[in-house]
Design a protein around this ligand. Structure first.
Ligand SMILES: [Ca+2]
Ligand SMILES: [Ca+2]
Length: 492
């Protein structure tokens, strides 16, 4: 049996507040419950291709922004492989009312955490307070705060050496006005800005959107039920989005993009949005909550089709990483059922996206959808640190979660693992050697100087125990996990 993970795309699945405008989107939000995203994916495994560079647009705007006093400090680019990201919010962070200011108050702790990037929630005005039903893209008055507070937050993050990443929701956009049939498919553009106006009409909406009466081309990806899907085939629409992204970069201070619902449009457009804005060699991440395969309610051991789908997208989009949903799913099933043999595929590699394309895999334990207050697909609570021990000692770009740090009291333990990763020089593309993967024990060595053991088995085979005489020292441990590092790396 092939069972879809019912992808619950943040905002629209939750009832929006009645006081909010655009009832069209509100009504359609209920349809989201019925989405079944079951697809079959085929293709070939691939590695990274050659790079062709396109110059980002909008650099001249930097000087203009400086003249307006909005200049933001710039940070040197760091290799994507050395990125350590954190999701800087949970599902209900908007309830704080001043989230931008709240994050600003935590910058010292964020710096201590050793992160290089902080992913912030969608910044634009939105039908749903979480931000995933955006309307007026240039209006940055949101449930998280206002434009001035956001610029100030980004400026302070950059001063602290942390690059803010914007959550870019561009598969769909909620309209401001109804057409003659009462359908919400006409857009306003209420905020004065440079670049193309985005007061779009039905032409900007895909013609196969089942609800919003678009007259554009057919969707280049999946439809999102709760809102009008944008026609990314349309050059004028793409130009408008590029202008907006460049404004977010040059005027507001964002240094990377997290592409929401990236399965909703073609990877070539995703590539264009990177190349025409911040450019290549920068950390980006896309969210494709890919369907995993299940048999009789059990997660299949082989998730090649899921990771193949992710690889196919990355190959065409070229510059972005994707969230490694296969790794999360497999790891948490291994923990739940004591099936650590899941953690090695038939070729002896890691079974998630990190096994095939580690430099383009963004690993995580939970996010605002899977965990937080939604709990759609949470990692076993008792073993969250085991999850961090895995992602922080393994290849891939790790993405921490705000709530684990600030609400669960795990900051010290996670910081220690981040520190071990940095001191040992582990990167997204470090070599991984899986030494054992049995039902109750997993042992792996990453980058030749870090060893991880997972699972409840107490006695490791003597040949697998990292020995002091070989230069190993226990660096960190917790429930069912232990990490050793080479002593010279720990400064011992
Ligand atoms: Ca739609
Ligand atoms: Ca779409």
């Amino acid at each position: 049996m092939f069972v879809s993970l019912a992808h619950s795309q943040a905002g629209p699945c939750r009832p929006a507040r009645l006081s909010e405008r655009r009832p069209g989107a509100l009504q359609q939000g209920r349809r989201c419950q019925k989405i079944q995203l079951v697809r079959t994916f085929v293709g070939e495994k691939t590695g990274a291709g050659a790079t062709t560079e396109a110059m980002p647009e909008g650099q001249e705007r930097e000087a203009a922004a400086a003249a307006q006093g909005a200049a933001l400090s710039r940070l040197p680019r760091i290799p994507v492989e050395e990125t350590i990201c954190m999701e800087g919010f949970g599902w209900e962070s908007h309830k704080n009312g001043h989230w931008w200011r709240h994050v600003e108050s935590k910058i010292a702790q964020l710096k201590e955490a050793g992160i290089t990037h902080l992913w912030l929630p969608p910044p634009s005005q939105s039908v749903s307070p979480q931000g995933y039903l955006p309307g007026q893209l240039y209006n940055l008055k949101s449930a998280y705060g206002n434009k001035e507070e956001l610029i100030e937050l980004n400026r302070k993050l950059l001063e602290a050496g942390i690059r803010p990443v914007a959550d870019v929701v561009i598969n769909h956009r909620c309209a401001d006005h109804q057409d003659e049939n009462g359908v919400w498919n006409r857009y306003g553009d209420d905020i004065t800005h440079n670049g193309k106006p985005i007061n779009w009409a039905q032409w900007a909406i895909t013609s196969d959107d089942p609800v919003f009466h678009g007259t554009g081309n057919k969707d280049s990806g999946d439809d999102y039920a709760a809102a009008p899907d944008l026609d990314h085939h349309n050059q004028e629409l793409r130009d408008g989005l590029v202008d907006w992204l460049n404004w977010l970069h040059y005027d507001i201070g964002f240094q990377g993009w997290r592409f929401d619902f990236v399965r909703g449009y073609a990877p070539k457009y995703c590539r264009e949005y990177m190349e025409r804005t911040i450019g290549s060699d920068v950390f980006y991440v896309g969210e494709d909550f890919v369907d995993l395969e299940w048999q009789d309610g059990n997660l299949g051991y082989n998730q090649d089709r899921a990771r193949q789908k992710l690889v196919d997208f990355i190959k065409e989009a070229k510059h972005t990483t994707l969230f490694d949903f296969p790794t999360k799913g497999i790891l948490q099933e291994a923990v739940k059922h004591t099936q650590y043999d899941r953690l090695r595929d038939r070729d002896g590699k890691a079974p998630g996206l990190i096994g095939w394309w580690p430099a383009r895999a963004c690993t995580f334990v939970d996010n605002h959808d899977t965990g937080s207050t939604q709990q759609h697909w949470p990692f076993p609570k008792s073993h969250v640190m085991l999850g961090y021990a895995y992602i922080l000692t393994h290849p891939g770009v790790p993405c921490l979660f705000w709530e684990h740090h600030f609400d669960w009291g795990l900051a010290d333990e996670i910081n220690k693992l981040v520190s071990i990763r940095k001191v040992a020089g582990l990167r997204a593309d470090s070599k991984l050697e899986i030494l054992a993967a049995e039902h109750d024990m997993y042992v792996a060595r990453c980058g030749s100087n870090v060893t991880l053991k997972l699972g409840p088995r107490f006695d490791m085979p003597p040949n697998l125990v990292p020995k002091e005489q070989d230069g190993w020292a226990l660096a960190a441990s917790g429930k069912d996990w232990a990490v050793w590092a080479k002593k010279e790396k720990l400064g011992q």
